[in-house]
Design a binder for this molecule. Structure first.
Ligand SMILES: Nc1ncnc2c1ncn2[C@@H]1O[C@H](COP(=O)(O)OP(=O)(O)OP(=O)(O)O)[C@@H](O)[C@H]1O
Ligand SMILES: [Mg+2]
Length: 308
């Protein structure tokens, strides 16, 4: 894992909130559900930021808001100096090529009626249509090779690939336009364990080669530790702790982070017995996610709760 070089952010997320309308089915007053509130973080060039938290904590909501697939209710997403919410539709289309997304389930991301080659070609047709057919075909073949797929498979349809191969197709499409930033939302969760490391290694190689930044959303804390330079812990829609991976795993400060880390299985039976005996003793989670992050050590931010 190479350290990201530049200290300035590629992406700055500030006070991002996402509220979903709650429509009552019996006709009562509608209210809102605050899925994500007041989330702020930076991602530097060439950096991988992990976003972890239990199911329903708002990870995918943050990921989709950052890419503007599902824009935030309030707050700012500043990418390469541009506030994405202020861009016109046309400017946003131009920006899209730099910001891509890879999802958990490659099968539903793919179009069953489109060959793998046509799927990878599609973004190139939208953004580089001036190139000749031969050039585009070459480029698609190169992308297949780049993600470890035989270009001769380009005529196949999604159901003719394995899960790992399908995720490689999605990654090939995501990197087709040489983006700067990819949100990967549980990209390995649906894959066989033996394939997970291969896909993570591919993401790492692509990062080194293309200078990519990732927001890596995952509930696999061991993979996050392996892959991510820094990690943000999301709890009930708010960030409760953010630090570089080494620090977060060595010195977790927030009770929720501690409980989350305590839930990771350890490959040593004696340590595993000790771990299980301590889970039940974990501190109770504070009520209400903390909004105010305090820097307890350089680069290590922890939410302070109302009750201290
Ligand atoms: N389109 C939507 N409309 C209403 N509520 C939504 C919508 N999408 C998500 N939510 C709610 O927002 C909260 C956060 O959901 P989100 O999908 O971001 O969680 P997550 O952390 O990605 O969970 P998981 O690990 O299961 O993928 C959940 O309570 C969910 O029910
Ligand atoms: Mg999710």
């Amino acid at each position: 894992m190479t350290e990201p070089a530049a200290p300035y952010p590629l992406l700055s997320v500030r006070n991002l909130s996402k509220h979903y309308p709650l429509r009552s089915w019996w006709g009562g007053t509608a209210s809102v559900f605050k899925a994500v509130h007041d989330v702020s973080f930076d991602i530097r060039p060439n950096e991988t930021l992990g976003l972890v938290g239990e199911s329903g904590s708002g990870k995918s909501t943050v990921g989709r808001a950052v890419t503007m697939l599902n824009p935030p209710t309030s707050g700012h997403v500043v990418f390469q100096g541009a506030d994405l919410a202020r861009l016109t539709a046309r400017e946003m289309r131009g920006m899209r090529r730099h910001i891509q997304m890879v999802f958990q389930d490659p099968y539903s991301a793919l179009n069953p009626r489109m060959s793998a080659g046509a799927y990878v070609l599609e973004p190139l047709l939208l953004h580089a249509a001036d190139r000749s057919r031969a050039e585009l075909r070459e480029e698609v073949a190169g992308l297949f090779e780049r993600v470890g797929l035989d270009p001769r498979f380009a005529g196949r349809y999604p159901h003719q690939f394995s899960g790992g191969q399908r995720q490689r197709i999605c990654i090939a499409r995501a990197i087709a336009l040489k983006p700067r930033f990819i949100v990967a939302d549980e990209p390995i969760a649906a894959l066989d364990v033996s394939i997970q490391a291969q896909v993570v290694n591919l993401l790492q190689d692509l990062q080194d080669e293309l200078g990519l930044s990732y927001l890596f959303i995952s509930h696999d804390l061991r993979m996050v530790r392996y892959l991510c330079h820094r990690v943000a812990v999301l709890w009930r829609g708010g960030i409760v702790e953010l630090a570089d991976s080494e620090t977060l795993y060595r010195d977790p400060r927030h009770p929720y982070t501690r409980r989350l880390l305590a839930a990771v299985p350890v490959p040593d039976p004696a340590a595993e017995r000790r771990r299980i005996s301590t889970i039940g003793l974990a501190e109770p989670a504070p009520q209400g996610a903390g909004h105010v992050l305090t820097e307890v050590a350089p680069g290590h931010w922890v939410a302070q709760n109302a009750d201290g």
